[in-house]
Each structure stands twice: as structure tokens, then as C-alpha cells.
Design a protein. Structure first.
Ligand SMILES: Nc1ncnc2c1ncn2[C@@H]1O[C@H](COP(=O)(O)OP(=O)(O)OP(=O)(O)O)[C@@H](O)[C@H]1O
Ligand SMILES: [Mg+2]
Lengths: 251, 501
């Protein structure tokens, strides 16, 4: 599904290298988790995958189902099936959440040459999915993320993901700031989308989320590299001992 | 509640409408039609000729000539933040009408030259007495829109005349009103915008050729939306229309004007005057969707839009609401104003002004508080893109007798790119210490994070900008009659095309 080879990324504005050769292969239907200290490059990886401006790719390749992702505009990547749940979802004043969702869904459908959803079809689907995430109709009408609590913003990201039905989902700290119940909701939302084909890359600081979303592989990122990969037990180890041992081990 | 849902719906529909529209200025076609012109330039004879073409009463001609005498002594104003080549007023045709609309003009819309009707059909303006504008889904309650269609210097026809007449409402072109209701026109014309008001208003007083006239009798709520659609077609021709709306005690009306013009290389002048008279407990809602040809990317051609609009709230508790969506024109100079004379009268001004490429807009409002407990509210959203300059210029004046008067002004500017400019010039005069004036202003740039967020969800860059800008303007778009909100949103998107990337 997603193949990242020796990805090296710096900042456009200043001479600073952030990713120093990231390798990552996620197969169809797999769930991978990335953990790692603050500032290690996790969000940067997700932004570069999604095509955010401001970064300079100095080396390496990224392929999504064999297509060169780095050559595409952000909206093309989205239409190709890449979704990023933002660590900090963006507020868009004056634009109704529902309008935003419908515009996005139809933009992608159109880009893929599919028929756009009618108002009725859309409404029906969105109501169903919102309900299972405990997002009420008021939140659907309010402007995108404006005045949403931290947890509401994260649930809203998952709603968008559910509506867009991407192939490759990248979740950047979707669990941060969630209370226990909300975390369960989000995890259930993600699990509901697991169908054996869709793949996930879950960035998190906490093992707790991985109790609910069982990863196939756990990676540890430090200083712009993946320094260790393993099974779910790796997350437990981090939870218990922090990163010191792992960092020492590879140093 | 229903309203909320409907609005949400309208907005979503729009995004689709926006996508389906392509090409930059889609009203830029011209109609190939035989027209007759007054001789080029302006002198007393031209003024007389225009009056004669309209078969006007003597007093109207005298009034025009008086205005013309004044105008010759006046100077073009230069204080606005706009820059355009000097206009040669002798190089303009002041009167042009389709041949088919001359002396023995058609008695009803059915007999109007098909080419003219086609033009309006192409513009999406319903001259059939259908319920709604083409392309707009019918809202639950079947609301109708009556249209007065003005083509160059003349009105082509007005729809729903019978139904309106039954309600006691007079809605016709001002040239007809001069024949059928001269006493009303005489009583009110120039009573809000005096002949001597300013250079362009005085010019208009001398040479206005047509426009709309509306009279709502006491206690009548106008049973449908009224609208006038202005189309400039002829080359080198100025359009000088005059609109006069009178709302008697306790009456109300919602009126909308729309404007477009073909793409032409040479700039054209449009100098209109709009006068609103609002008596006790009456209310006028006046909306404008201005989409004159803006000129090309290099600033060639386009309409110079120099307009004087003023509402006089003469009676207590009279209310006026100006809503404008200004997306077109090369140069806009326009300050719809409210004279709040009656006690507890209210004025509101909601404005979206978009300037892209080489467009220049200097627009705003004047709120003149004369009466006690008068209230005004100004919400201005200025959007600049390309190399455009956008100025908000507003006056809030609290006179000595305006005890407890209140004003709230909110003025937001949005910049797209770094070659454009936004300016806010508020003038505040307070001569009463119980009056309160609140002013808030913000300037921001279209946020890259917002655009990236939209694009990550699959929208292309222009769609993302349109969505974010529509969000920025939402408060004003909501002030428009629902029938036009969608069109206005689509326009916002179209007028910003090419502003990114
Ligand atoms: N636009 C930027 N300008 C300057 N520094 C940046 C920029 N983007 C990322 N960085 C730096 O790159 C490094 C990696 O940042 P990144 O956000 O990817 O970390 P992270 O692993 O997601 O951290 P966290 O766990 O705190 O979310 C940090 O040192 C950060 O300060
Ligand atoms: Mg991060």
C-alpha cells in the first residue's frame, strides 16, 4: 500500500534536516503504529505524505499503490486515497461542517470520475456515521472545528475519515486530549473501517490507544529515523521504560 | 430552524454550482442588435433629447437642465483611493436603445425582440412570470420575483405587473412612472439625493434615461421580491439609471438589483442614483449583486461604477437594510447611506467587496444619526486579490439630537497574495454624549493551513479558496434574500478565479 524509501526532508526556509532517511512499508490491510519522542519527525512525516508546503524533499521516494505520491498535489493524493487526521485540526470560520464534508466528498468523487452524491444520499450517510461517533446535529451545522473542544475536533476528524473512505489513513495523535470514553469511540470508529484492505498508520504517544486498535507493527522514530520496529510488545516496552533504553541500544 | 437548514443547503448547492461554472467572466457576451444612439457627447440638446425620448413632463426637463447647468461648474471628486485615466465626458453616448424599443415599442414582454429576451435568458434572468430564478431550487414557500429589465438606456419590460397592481404596489420603469404617476415622482425625486449632491449624482440628474420606480402604499407588505436587472450592451455608452423607492407607513419591500456588461476593451461609465424614502414603521431591504465587467487582468476595459445610493428613514422606527455584493467593475465608488431621521429608526449595511487583478474598490457607507434612539450596524467584508486595492470608507455621525444612538461597525479585510492592498478609513463624529459608537476592524490573509486542510480533504486550490472566502463572508451572504444567496456565493468564487497558484 504505502512504501517509503530512504525519505529525507528538510525545511524550505531554513537549512534544517528533519527526516534523515525514513523507511516504512505498510501492506494492504495492515495497521502500523509510530511512537517516538517529541520532535522526532512524526508529524513531519505525515505532512510530507499529505503534500504540505514548506518542506524540501532532499532524497528518497514515496509510493502509494505504486504511484509516486511526491509528484502529486495534495488534493490528488487525497483522491488517490490518502487521508490525514491532523494532530491540530484547522478551524474554518463561517463554513458549515456539513458543507465542508459534502464539498470534500464530492470533490474526491469527481476527481475519481465517480458520480457525486445527492443532498439526500449525503445527508443519510453523514447522519449515520455521526451518530456512531456521538457527533450531534448541532456539531454538524457549526463551522468547521470552530469552538470545538479538543476531543470534538478529533472525533470530527474521524467522521471525515469515515465519510471519505480512504485507502491509507494516517492518524496523527488522534488520541491526544481524548477522555477515556472518547478514545473508545475513536478506536471503534477506526476499527469499523478496518476491512482487511484499508491500511492505517497511527502516530501516538500512548500504548492505551493500541489496546483498542491492535497494530501489526510498531515503529519507534527518533531524530528523523525509524530506529526500531517490532510487534505490539514494543509499545508496551515504551510504556514501561520510556525511550532511553531503545535509544541507547541503537546508539 | 427551517431557515437554518435551508441556508446550510443553499451553501452546499452553491459549491456545486461553482464547480459547474467555468470561464472567468461568464456574462461577457454581447448582443448583436440594432440600436439607436443620441449623438456623441453631452450638451443641452442631449439633455432635451433624452427627456423627449421619454416623453416627459415639462417640469422634469427643467429639473434636468438645472442639474446640467450645475454639473458644468462641478469638478470630478478625487478624494477616493482610486486611480483611473481622466474620463472624457464628450466621448460617451448618453443614450442608446435597441431599435425595437423605439417609439412604437412592444406593448407587452411577449412582443419584445426575441434577441433581447434571449439575452436575459442567457443571463439567467426570468422574464417569464415563473416563480424563481433559473437554477435555484424552490424554497418551501413559493416566493416570486418580479423583474424590471433595463437594457442600455431603456426598460425592456416589467413582470408581474398585474399581480403587484392588485396588491396596490407600483413597480415600473421610472420613465413610465413619469407618465402614469408624475405627482409621486415629482414629490420624491431629488428629495433624498439632491441634484447638487455630488458630481456624478448631478450628472445623473441631467441625463438619467431610465431605472425603476417602486411605491408601496401604507400598510402593504409587498407580496414578492422586486428586482431590476441592469445590462449595458452598447459600446462607448454610459448607463445612467435612477431608482426611486417609496415605502409608506407600515409597509415593507425587499428589492434586488443585478448588473452585468459585455467584455469590451474600452472602459464604460455607469453613474446611478438610488433614492429610498421610508416612512413610519416601514422597511426596505435593498440588495445589490454587482457584477459589471471588471476589465481584464491588465486593467484594460471594465466599468467605472460611480454610484450614489441613499436611504432616508423619515418616519419613526423606519428601517433600511443595504446589502451589497460587489464583485465586478474596474473601479467602484459607492457609499450606500442611511439618514436616520425618525426616532428609533434603524440602518444596516452589509457589504462584500471583492477586488481581484487590477480592480479598485472604494466603498462603504454613511450612517447619519439625527433622531433619538437610532441604531445602525455596519458589517463590511473586503477581499483583495491579485494587484487589487480595496478601501472601506465609512462615516458614522451622531448629531446633537441623536440621544442614545448606537452604532456597531465591523470591518474585516482578507488578503489573497501579497501584491494587493486593503485599507480602512473610518470617520466618526459624535456630537451627543449619550451616543455610543463601536468599531472593530481586522485584516487577515487567507490562511495556508486552512487551504492545506481543505486540499487534504480533496478540494482543489480554487475550490478551497472559494470555500474559505465564502465562510469569511457568511454573515453578509446570509443577509441576502435566499433566492440570490446562492448566485452571490457562486460569484464570490468566480471573481476570485486565478487569484491563487
Ligand atoms: N515548519 C517548521 N519550522 C521549524 N521547525 C520545524 C518545522 N516543522 C517541523 N520542525 C521541527 O522538526 C522537528 C520534528 O517536528 P515534528 O512536528 O515532526 O515532531 P513530532 O515527532 O510530531 O513531535 P510531537 O510528538 O511533539 O508531535 C521538530 O524539531 C520541529 O521543531
Ligand atoms: Mg507531532
Amino acid at each position: 500500500m504505502l512504501n517509503i524509501k530512504n525519505l529525507q526532508v528538510g525545511l524550505e526556509e531554513e537549512n534544517k534536516q528533519i527526516l534523515k532517511g525514513v523507511d516504512l512499508n505498510i501492506g494492504e490491510g495492515e495497521v502500523h503504529a509510530i511512537m517516538g519522542p517529541n520532535g522526532s519527525g512524526k508529524s513531519t512525516t505525515s505532512y510530507v505524505l499529505a503534500g504540505k508546503d514548506g518542506y524540501e524533499i532532499t532524497g528518497g521516494t514515496v509510493e502509494l499503490n505504486g504511484h509516486n505520491l511526491l509528484d502529486m498535489d495534495p488534493e490528488e493524493r487525497a483522491a488517490a486515497g490518502l487521508f490525514l487526521a491532523f494532530q491540530y485540526p484547522v478551524e474554518i470560520p463561517g463554513v458549515g461542517n456539513m458543507t465542508f464534508l459534502r464539498t470534500a466528498v464530492n470533490a474526491q468523487r469527481k476527481a475519481r470520475g465517480e458520480k457525486e452524491l445527492t443532498a439526500g444520499e449525503f445527508l443519510k450517510t453523514v447522519r449515520e456515521k455521526a451518530k456512531s461517533l456521538k457527533i450531534d446535529s448541532d456539531m454538524l451545522k457549526r463551522p468547521v472545528n470552530v469552538g470545538f473542544s479538543g476531543g470534538e475536533k478529533k472525533r470530527n476528524e474521524i467522521l471525515q475519515m469515515a465519510m471519505l473512505e480512504p485507502k491509507m489513513c494516517v492518524l496523527d495523535e488522534t488520541d491526544s486530549g481524548l477522555d477515556v470514553d472518547a478514545m473508545k469511540l475513536v478506536a471503534e470508529g477506526v476499527n469499523a473501517l478496518r476491512d482487511g484492505k484499508r491500511s492505517f498508520l497511527v502516530i501516538t504517544h500512548y500504548q492505551r490507544l493500541l489496546d483498542h486498535i491492535k497494530p501489526d507493527v510498531v515503529h519507534i522514530m527518533a531524530n528523523g529515523r525509524i530506529i526500531k520496529s517490532g510487534g505490539p510488545e514494543l509499545a508496551l516496552e515504551v510504556e514501561k521504560n520510556g525511550y532511553a533504553d531503545i535509544l541507547a541500544e541503537v546508539a | 430552524m427551517t431557515d437554518m437548514i435551508a441556508k446550510e443547503g443553499v451553501e452546499a448547492e452553491t459549491v456545486e454550482a461553482v464547480k459547474s461554472l467555468s470561464g472567468k467572466y461568464k456574462y461577457g457576451f454581447s448582443t448583436d442588435i440594432e440600436s439607436e444612439y443620441a449623438p456623441l457627447g453631452l450638451d443641452e440638446d442631449i439633455v432635451k433629447l433624452i427627456s423627449k425620448k421619454n416623453d416627459e413632463p415639462e417640469w422634469m426637463l427643467d429639473w434636468r437642465l438645472q442639474a446640467f447647468e450645475r454639473w458644468k461648474l462641478m469638478k470630478e471628486p478625487e478624494w477616493a483611493m482610486v486611480d483611473y485615466p481622466k474620463i472624457n465626458f464628450q466621448d460617451i453616448y448618453y443614450y442608446s436603445r435597441p431599435k425595437s424599443m423605439s417609439e412604437d415599442k412592444p406593448k407587452s414582454l411577449d412582443d419584445v425582440d426575441p434577441k433581447l429576451l434571449e439575452t436575459y435568458a442567457k443571463l439567467g434572468i426570468p422574464l417569464k412570470e415563473q416563480a424563481l430564478l433559473a437554477g435555484v431550487e424552490a424554497p418551501e414557500n413559493d416566493r416570486k420575483v418580479a423583474v424590471d429589465a433595463v437594457f442600455d438606456s431603456v426598460s425592456v419590460g416589467t413582470t408581474f405587473q398585474k399581480e403587484l397592481k392588485n396588491a396596490g404596489v407600483i413597480f415600473m420603469s421610472i420613465s413610465e412612472a413619469l407618465k402614469e404617476h408624475p405627482e409621486l415622482v415629482k414629490k420624491y425625486i431629488g428629495s433624498v439625493v439632491p441634484q447638487s449632491d455630488n458630481f456624478y449624482a448631478t450628472l445623473n440628474s441631467a441625463v438619467f434615461s431610465d431605472g425603476s420606480f417602486v411605491y408601496i402604499p401604507e400598510g402593504v407588505k409587498c407580496p414578492m421580491e422586486l428586482s431590476t436587472y441592469f445590462r449595458i450592451n452598447a459600446e462607448n455608452t454610459g448607463q445612467f439609471e435612477r431608482t426611486l423607492i417609496i415605502a409608506e407607513k407600515g409597509s415593507s419591500v425587499s428589492y434586488l438589483e443585478g448588473c452585468t456588461a459585455p467584455k469590451r476593451d474600452v472602459a464604460q461609465l455607469h453613474a446611478a442614483v438610488v433614492e429610498l424614502v421610508i416612512l413610519e414603521d416601514a422597511e426596505i431591504k435593498y440588495s445589490t449583486v454587482q457584477n459589471w465587467y471588471p476589465g481584464d487582468e491588465n486593467g484594460k476595459g471594465g466599468i467605472y461604477n460611480f454610484v450614489t445610493k441613499r436611504a432616508d428613514c423619515r418616519g419613526d422606527r423606519a428601517k433600511v437594510m443595504w446589502t451589497q455584493v460587489e464583485t465586478g467593475s474596474a473601479v467602484t465608488w459607492k457609499y450606500p447611506s442611511c439618514i436616520l431621521r425618525g426616532n428609533a429608526s434603524q440602518g444596516e449595511f452589509y457589504s462584500i467587496a471583492i477586488a481581484n487583478n487590477m480592480q479598485q474598490a472604494d466603498t462603504g457607507t454613511k450612517m447619519i444619526h439625527l433622531g433619538k434612539n437610532t441604531k445602525s450596524r455596519i458589517v463590511s467584508k473586503g477581499i483583495s486579490a491579485g494587484k487589487a486595492q480595496n478601501t472601506y470608507r465609512g462615516l458614522v455621525s451622531m448629531h446633537p439630537k441623536a440621544a442614545n444612538a448606537r452604532n456597531y461597525t465591523q470591518c474585516d479585510s482578507l488578503l489573497i497574495g501579497d501584491k494587493c492592498g486593503a485599507h480602512t478609513v473610518p470617520y466618526i463624529e459624535v456630537k451627543n454624549n449619550t451616543a455610543r459608537v463601536e468599531h472593530e476592524a481586522t485584516t487577515s490573509k487567507v490562511d495556508d493551513d486552512q487551504l492545506f486542510y481543505c486540499r487534504q480533504r480533496g478540494m482543489d486550490e480554487e475550490e478551497a479558496v472559494a470555500l474559505v472566502v465564502n465562510g469569511f463572508c457568511k454573515e453578509v451572504l446570509q443577509a441576502l434574500p435566499m433566492e440570490f444567496a446562492m448566485e452571490a456565493q457562486a460569484l464570490v468564487a468566480i471573481s476570485l478565479e486565478g487569484s491563487v497558484g
